[in-house]
Structures are given as structure tokens and as C-alpha cells.
Ligand binder design. Structure first.
Ligand SMILES: Cc1ncc(COP(=O)(O)O)c(C=O)c1O
Ligand SMILES: [Zn+2]
Length: 405
């Protein structure tokens, strides 16, 4: 039996084991989240020896028996791009962007979706459901299509980037819009899954999503050749910070790395309940009306807040707030100074760097979680179009100081 056959499910709250045969995401005893654990293995040498594209080359670390065929679009394996101008601007010599916008549907969600849809297939699920601020919807829709399953996505009626909605429609999902915010959409989906067993829950409370997303840690370790000093990433529902932390802990558990990164979560002012609890030292309290330009992280009640707190406190990391202006300014700079077009939420970790006061030589990886092509609303396609009918007009226009800096 390989290591990946022996996986188990445990509750993060009361520690009770859960059935591996059921589609549950939460503990039947106390309601807390479930976590997958693979058997301890002191020999990790096979982890990086796997072949194949994307995350599935790490299948010895994924909870499936070897005969399970993955539902995959070759997700993962995204570039780790070294920053130059922006790094100098924030006083860092070794700053990297893990460009997860280059995943098949343009966001980090794809690693976890591949794994969770593969799980859905082994369970014989037909209809897959999620609440979403946009990227989960796009990703679920694509992987459901790939697997020949139905996708149902529930989004806030207002504020979801049109590119993300367009993706969900294009891949054939049924899209439902609700008044109110993401937290309300997620509560509705939880209730639906509880009362209607035709639906399998695909939000990041699903522990299989976390298993896929943890692979980003293995990729970063391999690309950098070491464990970075810090991982800085945007936090919304707090699945990704939990997942990447789990990945690094597993690397250490396998004896492959003896260090761990500091995990630094970044939230937008107006949607920062985790950072607020961290700053004040008071118990976590959900926020009723989250509000930020970064719609992907416009979340007031992160379901994985406990896991995120563990990641931050165990790693000696932190939680930081950036405001909308800082986010948008950074988003524009990344595009203009690095050629890196990310969505607003993904600019948040870069915007936080000057507040963190990291040593100049630290190895820092920011997770660029989503592709800026999904939401070009603030770049207004015709913002700077200059009328020019013919070569002379262009020469003349280029000569104006307004156009050439
Ligand atoms: C682009 C982007 N960045 C960050 C996040 C936040 O990730 P998490 O909800 O796992 O904290 C999301 C979630 O939708 C996202 O779409
Ligand atoms: Zn429990």
C-alpha cells in the first residue's frame, strides 16, 4: 500500500476521526472543519521523483489510491517570477511572485478544484455546488465540465468581476445571484447541502480543496531550492493560507526541509476580521458588511479562520491590513513596472510589503492568486486611446510629451 492510500480524516476542533466514505466537510460531533492526514512517512525522497504535469506529479502526497484517474487540466506548476523594480522599491533583494494567475482558469483555485472534483468523481457525485466571489465559480465550472458533472454556483448579485462570471457561463455552470454578500451566499449553500443530498460542497471547507492547494508549497520549495523566509498572501475565506502552511509542514514532516516559512496573511481594510482580531488580541469576530475594491476577498466571515490563526501563530507570521488605494496603486505598479497583471486581491500582499519591515535579504514569496485579465474594469480599455488615422497622425501623437514618458 502506498502512503496516499492510508489517508484519514480528523476534526480540527475535537479531534474525532470522520468517515472517509462520506462527503462530509464538517465534524458530525462538534461542527468544526475536517482535515486530511496522510500516514507519517520518514522517507520523502519519492515526493519530487514523480512524473507528469502539474500537481499530479505529487500524487504520493494526495489522498487517492493509485488507480484513481485525476480530473485535471494540468493545473499547478506556475512560474515563480523574480521581481526587480518592485523589489527595489520595497527594499527587498529576493522577492518573488508565485504567478498563480497562470493556472488553467486564471487563479490558484485550480489545484484544489482538480483534487476535489476527482474526489467528487470517486464519491459518484453528480451536482457540484459552491458559493463564490468569482474565481471559485470559474474554476468549479471548468473542472465540472471536464468531469462531465453539473456545476451550480451561487454569487453575490453585485460586485463579481464580469470576466469571472463570463468564465462560469462559458464552462456551462448554472449561475445563481443573491442579494447580499459572499458570506450570505455561503451560508445559503451550506444550508442547501445539508438539506438536499444531490449537491456536493466545493468551497474550501472541503478538505480535498486544501490538499490540492497545499501543492503550491512543494512547487515553491522546488523552484526556490529552499523554504522561503516568508509567504505573503491575500486572505479571504482563509483556505489558501491554511493549505500552503499544511504543505510546508508536510515537507518538513517528510524530512525534506528543516525550516518553515512565516505565513503572513493580508486583508483589505473594510474586510479584515482576521487581521483585526490578530491586531487587537481579541477573539475573532465576523464582520457583517465587508467592503473593499478587491472583490475576491470581500469576505466578513472567513470559514477557515481557525486554521488561518494556527498557520499565523505556529509560523510566527502575522496578519496585515492594506487599504483600497494601496491595493490599486500596487496593482498598477506591478503591471507597469514588472509586466505582471494581477487582480486587485492579488496585489494586496505586494502592497503590504512596506509595512512588514522585512530584512533586505529575506527570501519573500508573494502569492499572485488571480489573473488581472479577469477584471479589467479599472483599466478602462479606452482610457488612453488617442485617435490616429494613419502613420503621420501616430508619429505626431507619439511626439507629444503626454504619451511618451
Ligand atoms: C484572487 C483571489 N485571491 C485570494 C483569495 C482568498 O483566498 P482564500 O479564500 O483561500 O483565503 C481569493 C478567494 O476567492 C481569490 O479569488
Ligand atoms: Zn469535532
Amino acid at each position: 500500500m502506498s502512503r496516499s492510500d492510508g489517508w484519514k480524516l480528523f476534526c480540527i476542533g475535537c479531534g474525532t476521526p470522520a468517515s472517509t466514505e462520506l462527503p462530509d466537510s464538517t465534524c458530525r460531533k462538534c461542527g468544526d472543519l475536517l482535515e486530511i492526514r496522510l500516514p507519517r512517512d520518514t522517507d520523502g525522497s519519492s515526493l519530487f521523483a514523480g512524473r507528469g504535469p502539474g500537481i499530479w506529479r505529487f500524487r504520493s502526497a494526495l489522498p487517492f489510491s493509485q488507480d484513481v484517474e485525476p480530473v485535471s487540466l494540468e493545473e499547478g506548476g506556475t512560474p515563480l517570477v523574480r521581481s526587480r523594480l518592485f523589489a527595489a522599491r520595497v527594499g527587498l533583494d529576493n522577492l518573488y511572485a508565485k504567478n498563480d494567475g497562470q493556472n488553467p482558469t486564471g487563479s490558484f483555485k485550480d489545484r484544489g478544484m482538480s483534487v476535489a472534483v476527482t474526489r467528487a468523481k470517486t464519491l459518484g457525485a453528480r451536482a457540484l455546488i459552491c458559493a463564490s466571489t468569482g474565481n471559485t465559480a470559474a474554476s468549479l465550472a471548468a473542472y465540472a465540465a471536464r468531469a462531465g458533472m453539473d456545476a451550480v454556483v451561487v454569487v453575490p448579485k453585485a460586485g463579481v468581476a464580469s470576466g469571472k462570471l463570463g468564465q462560469a457561463f462559458a464552462y456551462g455552470a448554472k449561475v445563481f445571484g443573491m442579494e447580499g454578500n459572499f458570506d450570505k451566499a455561503l451560508a445559503t449553500v451550506f444550508e442547501l447541502v445539508r438539506t438536499d443530498d444531490r449537491f456536493y460542497l466545493m468551497n474550501s471547507v472541503n478538505p480535498f480543496r486544501i490538499e490540492g492547494q497545499k501543492i503550491a508549497a512543494f512547487e515553491i520549495y522546488e523552484q526556490l531550492g529552499c523554504v522561503p523566509d516568508c509567504i505573503v498572501l491575500p486572505v479571504g475565506n482563509a483556505g489558501n493560507i491554511s493549505a500552503i502552511w499544511k504543505g510546508f509542514k508536510e515537507l518538513r514532516g517528510l524530512g525534506l526541509a528543516n525550516a518553515l516559512p512565516r505565513m503572513i496573511g493580508v486583508q483589505a481594510e473594510g474586510a479584515a476580521p482576521l487581521a483585526e482580531a490578530y491586531r487587537s488580541g481579541r477573539p475573532f469576530k465576523p464582520l457583517k458588511e465587508p467592503n473593499t475594491v478587491a472583490s475576491a476577498i470581500r469576505i466578513g466571515n472567513p470559514v477557515s479562520w481557525k486554521k488561518a490563526f494556527s498557520a499565523i501563530s505556529e509560523s510566527g507570521g502575522g496578519a496585515v491590513v492594506v487599504n483600497d488605494e494601496e491595493i490599486m496603486e500596487t496593482k498598477n505598479r506591478l503591471a507597469k513596472e514588472e509586466g505582471l497583471l494581477v487582480e486587485a486581491a492579488s496585489a494586496a500582499p505586494f502592497a503590504a510589503l512596506t509595512k512588514l519591515k522585512l530584512p533586505q535579504g529575506a527570501n519573500v514569496v508573494c502569492i499572485a492568486t488571480g489573473n488581472g485579465l479577469k477584471d479589467l474594469s479599472d483599466h478602462g480599455g479606452n482610457q488612453r486611446i488617442v485617435s490616429a488615422d494613419g502613420p503621420e497622425a501616430i508619429s505626431k501623437a507619439v511626439g507629444t510629451p503626454d504619451l511618451l514618458s
